[in-house]
Design a protein around this ligand. Structure first.
Ligand code: NAP
Length: 274
């Protein structure tokens, strides 16, 4: 029988605790979100983040730019936010319009206001085994979910599929820092099925169905499905289908709610560096 790693339930618990904490705080954090371009999904994500922050008692502002905004304009705005004492957390909604250098923009954020934990300083700290100001939201949410279900990480073989800076690389490093033996897989991996066969934990962050009925998995395997995409019929799907591991995070309702919970946790944590 598969136990569902219920991200919604844990998110609600985290929100309840955070709300109580925020109610007692004399100074509230303020999250500034930069939204550039007209990607409809990005707009939905930003609205959700704003609504969520407001519900918990976190101040938030959204700074919007058209898709022809220049890199210079965004960078100057971030510099202004870095120097504004009222702003305690800064997030740049990705993807940015194609002509903008994403890494350059992210690296303009002061590391102590980098709520996504994606600046070179915060990533560098994570990879050096030091504590970053905050951990990247999705990987942090995944670890919180595994911990909530008392899933042992130390000494386990964790297979991470996908190597993005946003999810794959940081989650692999966080699992490694917790003493897992980590194998990273990507689109050039030749023997994915053989590797999955030996996994105690699988974290799949691809955006297409890569784990399915063709796969043999250990009966006590834990699978975290990060991927989310719409197929041709418009149905929302994850990377993982038709397998029965011991634990599985559903799509939707698994990692997605944990990402927003981590964002809110990070926003509050960063207040201590303001
Ligand atoms: P991404 O930048 O789109 O990269 C996808 C990764 O998957 C790449 O590393 C790619 O390998 C690898 N890949 C592609 N095809 C593969 C295959 N057949 N076998 C093995 N690996 C393959 O990734 P992302 O931004 O991390 O997003 C991944 C998925 O997670 C997306 O569906 C996204 O929507 C979802 N996501 C969900 C949340 C959430 O909160 N629920 C948060 C973030 C992302 P190469 O590097 O070789 O190209």
């Amino acid at each position: 029988m598969t136990t569902i790693l219920d991200g919604k339930k844990l998110r609600d618990k985290i929100f309840e605790d955070l709300k109580n904490k925020l109610d007692k705080m004399p100074v509230k954090p303020t999250l500034a979100v930069i939204l550039a371009g007209d990607d409809p999904s990005s707009r939905i994500y930003v609205n959700n983040k704003k609504k969520c922050a407001e519900k918990l008692g976190i101040n938030s502002i959204v700074i919007e730019y058209p898709s022809d905004v220049t890199e210079k304009e965004i960078i100057e705005k971030i510099q202004e936010l870095n120097n504004d004492n009222k702003i305690t957390a800064i997030l740049v909604q990705l993807p940015l319009p194609k002509h903008i250098d994403k890494l350059k923009v992210i690296d303009t954020i002061a590391p102590q206001k980098d709520v996504d934990g994606l600046t070179t300083t915060n990533c560098g700290k994570l990879f050096a085994g030091e504590k970053p100001y905050v951990y990247p939201c999705t990987p942090k949410g995944i670890l919180l979910l595994l911990d909530e279900y008392n899933i042992e990480i130390e000494g386990k073989h964790a297979v991470v599929i996908g190597r993005s800076n946003l999810v794959g690389k940081p989650v692999a490093q966080m699992l490694l820092n917790r003493n897992a033996t980590v194998t990273m897989c990507h689109s050039h991996t030749k023997n994915l099925a053989d590797i999955i066969k030996t996994a105690d934990i699988v974290v799949s962050a691809v955006g297409k169905n890569v784990v399915g009925e063709k796969n043999i998995i250990k009966s006590d395997c834990v699978i975290v499905d990060v991927g989310i995409f719409r197929d041709e019929s418009g149905k929302v799907r994850g990377d993982v289908e038709n397998v029965s591991p011991a634990y599985l995070s559903p799509v939707p309702g698994g990692v997605g709610p944990m990402t927003i919970a981590s964002l809110m946790l990070n926003t509050v944590e960063l207040l201590s560096f303001a």
